[in-house]
Design a protein around this ligand. Structure first.
Ligand code: ZN
Length: 342
């Protein structure tokens, strides 16, 4: 990447109100069949245009074709029964009724590859594609077949690797695995979480990223954050393993978070996507607020490895707020670029 401080988003962007109910997670589609396919593609183009207008350097599909960052991928797999539901505790934080693993899991056909090809045709900019990580996937299911979180994670890693290789062949430049579960299950992260993530990324020649955050700005997450005390040191648990892992980029939540910035020193040498936009508030950051976060991060990340980004996805925000935040991200990065070149 030639651009200094290339900007990107962590993931989702809001959908247009004619496609799905705005400011809602798991919002049902408002269109059907052919119209839905066309509607999703139109939404993807609009989302890309918002990123282009804001001057975002590494663009994405804004996750316009999926209802949810984990569930939509799993829906396309064999072995999971979405009718058979059990209540489980998601990331040890809130109860949800989830589908059941009833047999061996596999991927009968590619899930996002056609969408990625469509995005590739729309732009010459580098593109990033997000997939759920193995540990976060198992954490949204009730397993009645493998009866082992680790075993199921390895199965998902194999499936993710198949999908990732086809996304790479479709022209994706960065494949990102979303692993918010890494901030919760520390023993598992170190026992097999990072290993299954590396399995998902095995053999890829494009860049790979892992996104670890404190979740969307929904109530269950903001309530949980209130219980975490004055310093959030969760990243400390996974960082040593991640530093020696094969993953190229680590995407983190830094804006308005209580994560001590010096924890990033533990992954010195990795590229870091620094979340400089808070997705849990409608208040739009000023460029100077974004710049201040990036400046702090620069104490622990070399400038050529710093990628300004958002804390998490912006799907639950209004389109107006999300656009404002994209602009703030660009303007904040521009301030620091100027300082670096001075
Ligand atoms: Zn996130």
């Amino acid at each position: 990447m030639k651009t200094v401080l290339p900007t990107s988003t962590a993931g989702s962007l809001p959908k247009p109100s004619w496609l799905a109910e705005p400011e809602t997670l798991w919002s049902p589609w408002k269109l059907e069949d052919e119209r839905l396919i066309e509607g999703k593609q139109d939404a993807l183009r609009l989302s890309l245009d918002d990123q282009r207008q804001a001057g975002i350097d590494i663009v994405s599909d804004g996750e316009q074709t999926r209802q949810h960052f984990v569930t939509t991928f799993i829906e396309h797999l064999n072995g999971v029964d979405f009718e058979k539901r059990e209540t489980v505790r998601i990331r040890d934080r809130y109860n949800a009724s989830v589908p059941t693993v009833v047999g061996a899991v596999d991927r009968p056909k590619p899930v996002f590859v056609e969408d990625a090809k469509f995005l590739r045709r729309q732009t010459d900019k580098p593109i990033k594609w997000a997939l759920p990580g193995p540990m976060t996937m198992i954490d949204t299911l009730y397993d009645d077949h493998y009866k082992s979180r680790e075993k199921l994670a390895w199965e998902f890693a194999k499936i993710l690797n198949e999908e990732a290789k086809e996304l790479e062949a479709a022209g994706v430049d960065i494949i990102q695995f979303d692993e918010p579960a890494f901030n919760v299950f520390f023993d598992e992260v170190n026992d097999w979480g990072v290993a299954t993530l590396e399995r998902a990324a095995e053999g890829l020649k494009c860049e790979t990223a892992v996104h670890i955050c404190y979740g969307y700005g929904i109530k269950a997450n903001t309530d949980w954050k209130k219980t975490l005390g004055s310093e959030w040191r969760q990243y400390e648990e996974a960082f040593p393993k991640l530093k020696t892992s094969a993953i190229d980029i680590i995407s983190l939540e830094c804006q308005n978070s209580r994560v001590p910035m010096d924890l990033i020193e533990l992954i010195r040498g990795k590229k870091v996507m620094v979340g400089a936009i808070d997705v849990a508030t409608d208040a739009i950051e000023t460029p100077e607020e974004v710049a201040a976060t990036l400046r702090k991060a620069l104490q622990f990340v070399d400038a050529d490895k710093l990628y300004p980004s958002t804390n998490c996805g912006m799907a639950p925000l209004s389109r107006r707020v999300a656009r404002g935040k994209l602009n703030a991200l660009s303007a904040g990065a521009a301030i620091i670029r100027k300082e670096l070149s001075a």
